[in-house]
Design a protein around this ligand. Structure first.
Ligand code: IMP
Ligand code: MG
Length: 182
């Protein structure tokens, strides 16, 4: 029987490497937010595994909230426009917000969300992403916390999907191009 693993060209980050990356980011956040409280906004669905691992390494109080945003269309490239599919449950006015993403690619999603969050008058907003794919950037975004800089390949696992699949792989792998070109 065909398994998810058969669609993976190679493993880019193992579970162990991801754990170390998460710990490194959490240490920076713990230092920067000592004595404060964090309002952590996870971007559904890709960021949830990273989010769940990251918040458990943070040692200041964290309020959970989530947003779902979609750059129109499926496929492996972003088209441009961003739509909010699920908004926050609570007001972020006066809060120290950290937006938690899986990957920054064109940057369109995060730059849109950042402007949208800033219009709600939080005390501060920072951006945290597990993966950064700088080669594909179309708009400038200042990322405050990054796990890994990744090559221009289509990645899946640890929350990242292709066509809603592969999110449950425990590592990050490079998807075989034949999977998304066929
Ligand atoms: P951006 O707006 O182009 O920066 O797109 C960010 C979103 O595109 C991420 O939250 C992912 O959902 C998706 N994305 C970008 N690159 C990849 C990838 O290599 N694998 C899976 N999803 C990706
Ligand atoms: Mg996503």
């Amino acid at each position: 029987m065909k398994t998810m693993k058969d669609d993976i060209q190679s493993v880019l980050y193992t579970e162990e490497q991801l754990r170390e990356g998460v710990k490194r980011i959490a240490a920076e956040i713990n230092r920067d937010y000592a004595g404060k409280e964090i309002y952590a906004i996870g971007i559904l669905k890709g960021a949830i595994i990273f989010y769940a691992d990251l918040v458990r390494e943070i040692n200041v109080p964290v309020s959970f909230d989530f947003m779902a945003a979609s750059s129109y269309g499926k496929g492996s490239t972003s088209s441009g426009a961003v739509k909010i599919l699920k908004d926050l449950d609570f007001s972020i006015e006066g809060k120290h917000v950290i937006i938690i993403e899986d990957i920054v690619d064109s940057g369109l999603t995060l730059s849109y969300l950042l402007k949208n969050m800033e219009s709600r008058h939080p005390a501060s907003v920072k951006l945290c992403t597990l993966l950064n794919k700088p080669e594909r950037r179309e708009v400038d975004v200042k990322i405050d916390y990054v796990g890994f800089e990744v090559p221009n390949e289509f990645l899946v696992g640890y929350g990242l999907d292709y066509d809603s699949k592969y999110r449950n792989l425990p590592y990050i792998g490079i998807l075989k191009p034949e999977v998304y070109t066929k």
